[in-house]
Structure formats: structure tokens, C-alpha cells
Write a protein that binds this ligand. Structure first.
Ligand SMILES: *[C@@H]1O[C@H](CO)[C@@H](O)[C@H](O)[C@H]1NC(C)=O
Length: 388
């Protein structure tokens, strides 16, 4: 069980503790672990590439100490320790107790308010580290707060002049309005929270977003000729983010994705989407084939995409600019490596290509998938407007 400890507040005011199973060790002072940093620094973010993850996992625990040793005055070397990085659940057991510098700082800064608030909400704070991730960047943090689809826990803002920028102040204001604690931390701490990504001086610790799997029904502004964008196995979070941003901007009615072999809706995707991910409902399907078959039976047209080269198909191929969107349409986009699977291709009634503007040298025949998606969406949606 994870609980918040308000004992020994003279030094550590913001410490999550783990009580041991045996009744004899129920007392927090016997065994406490400082694993707040696990939640702060290690969001469940499968978008972190495997190399990066392996690198983190290899890092040795930096601080390892029992609570008793910390009673009285803490050794100064502990306080100067770098923020440790935790990754595996089981690493939190035993001697793997760590102190996180940004949390220590918070403790000192926000003592009275924090203590009072957290004491009232002890049970509410018994979160699991796995339920949190770090949202970073101004637009993602702002929209995460205002859209309210995540449970937000703490906002971290870069200390100093930057925190006075209007955009940053706006994020802080939205956090305060929702009773979310705002903490001033160093740039270095923010860099670590965002794994070195561009955070623009703000990070938000919040619950993750996931694909919607239950249909929320028809959007209120139902279009007579809706366009759904269907993504199969998009794996690069930057691509997914860019695609969501374009889909939102251009007015796609729904984004659907295969759940398997697709990049999760991580904070990296949110940043790449410039926060669009916080606003848009992105649906996930175990089985895209079933969904497409059902839609086709209801009169939707299923439109696939192929590179300029691949034309040995029985399905008619058209240039995207020649295509008129007169019916509800599903536009299928395949992943970076393989493109659309054979199964999905076989369901397509038409395949669209983007005509090249020059003679292409073999091996540079394709577009970036997010760029291609933007072009195709623009083509289809313009043709929809002109047919009305
Ligand atoms: C494609 O372009 C986007 C920007 O639109 C970029 O973020 C992404 O990393 C690119 N993908 C690949 C696979 O290069």
C-alpha cells in the first residue's frame, strides 16, 4: 500500500512511503522509502525508445538509506545527490529507497500548505507510480488541465524569469484554479522529468491518456459526409503526434487506430501534437478489419493509400486530387515500415496516391507518413467541401 507520510516533517515533507506487510513494521518510521521520484521521473511511457530505456535501467541506485539513518540530521551528501531514476516496480523494494531532489525542494518550499492539503487527502494520494506520467510543454500541460481528461497531480514550473512569461503564468493559473499544487523547480529537474525533451519550462504529473475503446456515440455536430482517419501500426510518436495535429486542424471527424503495434498515447505524442491529443478523442480497435467491414456494410467507402510505385493491385488506384469524397469515408493509413497490411488493403475500394512532382530516384520514393497523411486529408476534405 502506498501512503503519504506526514511524520518527521522537519526535513522531508513530501515523501511517499511504503509500509511493510508485517504488523510489527506498520510504523512508518521503521521503513520508509522515498520513491516519489519514480512517479515524477519515470512515467509509464512506452514511447521512450528501448535504447534509452535500457540506458536508464542500467543506472545504479544513487541513494539508498533506511529511514532510521535519516532521523535527526540528514547527511548533507544525501541532499546533494542527483535525482535518481527508477524503472522497475520491484526496484522499489528493500534498499532501493531514494530521495528526489525536486521533491526535497518542494518540501522546503511548500511545507505548510502542502502538509495541510495532503493530510486531508491522505487516501487520495495513495496513487501508484504506474498511474502517472509527465506531460511536458506549454500547450500539452495547459490543455491537459483545461480538458480535464487526465487526473492532474502536480505542476512543475521552471524557477526564475521564465516562470513569469504569460503562457507559463496561464498554465499556473489553470492549475491553481483546480487546486493543483504548483512547484518551482530547476531547469535541470525539468530536463530530467521530460527525459531531456523540450519542456518549455513546464511539466505536469498526471494520469496517462489511453485510446478510447467504447464508442462515445455520434459527435454533436454530425457531418453528412464524415471522414474517419484509420491508422494501422503507426509506431513513431512524433509521427502520431503530427498526424493528430493535422487531423484536428483539417477537421477529421474521428481518428481510429489499431491497438496492437501502435504507439501509445504518450506525453511525447501529446507534445508532438502540440496538445491536440488532449482534446481529440482517439479510438483504439483490437480488430480494425471488423470495424471496417461493419462500416462498409453501412455504406461507408474504404479508401486506402499506396506509394506511387506499388500499383500491381486489382483495386483501382487514383491520384488523391482526382478523388471526390461523396460518401462517408474511412481513410486508411499504414505504419512507417510496412504500410497497410494485406488484410486491410483487401477491404479497400479505392487506393489513393500522391503524385510526385519529379522523376524519383529509386529508394527515395516515399513521403514521411505524417506529411502524406496531411496531404491526403487536405485533398479529401477539400473535395468534400466542393461536393456540398
Ligand atoms: C515525419 O515527420 C514528422 C514531422 O511532421 C517528424 O516528427 C517525424 O519524426 C518524421 N518521421 C520519420 C519517420 O522520419
Amino acid at each position: 500500500m502506498w501512503i503519504f507520510s506526514s511524520t518527521h516533517l522537519h526535513k522531508l515533507l513530501f515523501v511517499w512511503t511504503r509500509t511493510m506487510q508485517s504488523p510489527a513494521s506498520k510504523s512508518i518510521s521503521q521503513f520508509a522509502s522515498y520513491h516519489g521520484s519514480a512517479a515524477v521521473l519515470c512515467p509509464k511511457d512506452s514511447a521512450i525508445n528501448p535504447v534509452e530505456r535500457r540506458r536508464h535501467n542500467r543506472q545504479k541506485p544513487v541513494v539508498s538509506a533506511r529511514w532510521q539513518e535519516h532521523e535527526g540530521s540528514l547527511p548533507s551528501k544525501v541532499w546533494k545527490t542527483e535525482i535518481p531514476v527508477l524503472h522497475k516496480k520491484n526496484q522499489r523494494k528493500g534498499d532501493d529507497q531514494r530521495v528526489s531532489s525536486e521533491l526535497r525542494k518542494l518540501c522546503l518550499e511548500d511545507f505548510p500548505a502542502e502538509r495541510e492539503r495532503l493530510e486531508r487527502q491522505k487516501s487520495a494520494l495513495s496513487f501508484k507510480a504506474e498511474d502517472c506520467e509527465i506531460v511536458f510543454g506549454i500547450a500539452p500541460c495547459l490543455l491537459a488541465l483545461t480538458q480535464g481528461r487526465r487526473k492532474a497531480h502536480n505542476l512543475f514550473v521552471k524557477d526564475g524569469e521564465a516562470s513569469q512569461r504569460a503562457s507559463v503564468l496561464k498554465v499556473c493559473e489553470e492549475a491553481r484554479r483546480r487546486g493543483i499544487q504548483v512547484h518551482r523547480v530547476s531547469k535541470k529537474d525539468l530536463d530530467k522529468m521530460s527525459s531531456g525533451r523540450v519542456h518549455q519550462g513546464v511539466c505536469l504529473r498526471a494520469s496517462p491518456l489511453s485510446y478510447l475503446t467504447v464508442d462515445r456515440g455520434i459527435a454533436p455536430n454530425k457531418k453528412d459526409t464524415p471522414l474517419w482517419l484509420v491508422l494501422e501500426r503507426i509506431q513513431d510518436p512524433m509521427n502520431l503526434g503530427a498526424i493528430l495535429r493535422s487531423a484536428y486542424f483539417l477537421g477529421v471527424d474521428r481518428v481510429a487506430s489499431s491497438l496492437r503495434h501502435s504507439c501509445p498515447l504518450s506525453s511525447v505524442v501529446s507534445k508532438a501534437s502540440s496538445g491536440t491529443m488532449e482534446v481529440m478523442e482517439v479510438y483504439g480497435y483490437e480488430n480494425l478489419e471488423d470495424m471496417l467491414t461493419l462500416k462498409a456494410a453501412k455504406g461507408w467507402q474504404v479508401v486506402g493509400t499506396v506509394g506511387a510505385a506499388a500499383v500491381e493491385n486489382e483495386i483501382p488506384v487514383a491520384e488523391c486530387s482526382d478523388f471526390q469524397m461523396t460518401k462517408p469515408t474511412l481513410l486508411l493509413i499504414g505504419g512507417e515500415g510496412e504500410g497497410l497490411s494485406r488484410e486491410l488493403l483487401s477491404l479497400c475500394q479505392t487506393l489513393l496516391t500522391i503524385p510526385a512532382g519529379r522523376q524519383l530516384i529509386p529508394s527515395i520514393e516515399s513521403l514521411n507518413v505524417s506529411v502524406a497523411t496531411g496531404i491526403l486529408l487536405h485533398s479529401l476534405l477539400s473535395s468534400r467541401r466542393s461536393t456540398r
